[in-house]
Design a protein around this ligand. Structure first.
Ligand SMILES: C[S@@+](CC[C@H](N)C(=O)[O-])C[C@H]1O[C@@H](n2cnc3c(N)ncnc32)[C@H](O)[C@@H]1O
Length: 242
């Protein structure tokens, strides 16, 4: 197994960014496009897809992680099934059906890796995020809504815009397509808008965090300097609303 120390030695001078629960690499693609060299970690083998170094490891056992250095930034995207609206509509207590942050040892992973900064990403109905920053596509002028929440170790103002009157006029819906052609078409448009390969299956395209969200968060992260705000984000002179 490749260790993080070995990977660091190949990248002197770059911030060490670990992208935990990375999947095929929505966050990884965004970070690579911003000029970073993230290292993806996932229990499934996404080595062929991930846009950078990749480590196959189970993050729920923090003591077994092949890590010999503390990252400048630790990004964690733990699975959302225990918290999502869909599973909440299917089960009385989805926390008993799917792993929570506690089951996954998410906070012990942070303690063990001891990053300078961290970001934990999840869905809007996740009650285990502390004081999260809220972002959605409409606020960045994107064609999809997809609100996501982010607990961060550093202050970031939320950036969300909800449609007037409750209707969602975003023209790439997430879910609810009529047939296979609609579904394929929607997947391609969403993948293009997020800047990831349209060859990924739909669940990975939907799960991928859009580049604009990653860029916005990294702009405020003290250990990833020189990241401009993405288009559509307001210039902030102070973090008064945090
Ligand atoms: C929501 S997806 C991540 C999406 C990713 N952030 C993106 O932008 O494309 C969650 C990932 O967590 C991984 N995962 C679930 N349990 C894990 C564990 N115990 N250790 C490592 N990875 C795990 C899954 O294999 C899945 O790829």
């Amino acid at each position: 197994m490749q260790t993080v120390q070995a990977t660091i030695q190949e990248r002197p001078g770059n911030p060490l960014i670990l992208d935990g629960y990375c999947g095929r690499g929505g966050v990884g693609y965004a970070m690579a496009e911003l000029g970073f060299n993230p290292i993806g970690i996932d229990k499934e083998n996404f080595c062929a897809d991930y846009p950078g170094a990749f480590i196959k490891a189970d993050l729920s056992d923090p003591t077994a992680l092949p890590v010999t250095a503390s990252p400048d930034l630790l990004w964690l995207s733990p699975p959302c099934q225990a918290y999502s609206k869909l599973t909440k509509s299917e089960y009385d207590n989805p926390r008993e059906e799917y792993p929570t942050f506690d089951d996954l040892n998410v906070r012990r992973v942070i303690d063990r890796l001891d990053p300078d900064e961290y970001i934990i990403e999840n869905v809007v109905t996740c009650e285990d995020l502390e004081n999260p920053t809220k972002l959605n596509g409409r606020a960045f002028g994107l064609q999809f809504h997809q609100e996501r929440w982010f607990e961060t170790s550093f202050p970031i103002p939320s950036h969300v815009e909800h449609p007037q009157g409750g209707g969602d006029q975003c023209n790439i819906p997430i879910g609810g397509c009529r047939g296979r052609n609609d579904q394929e078409n929607r997947k391609h448009r969403l993948a293009n808008a997020k800047g990831i390969p349209a060859t990924w299956d739909e669940s990975h395209v939907i799960a991928a965090i859009p580049k604009q969200y990653v860029q916005y968060l990294l702009h405020y992260c003290p250990t990833t300097p020189h990241v401009n705000l993405p288009d559509g984000a307001p210039q902030q002179t102070q973090l008064a609303q945090y």
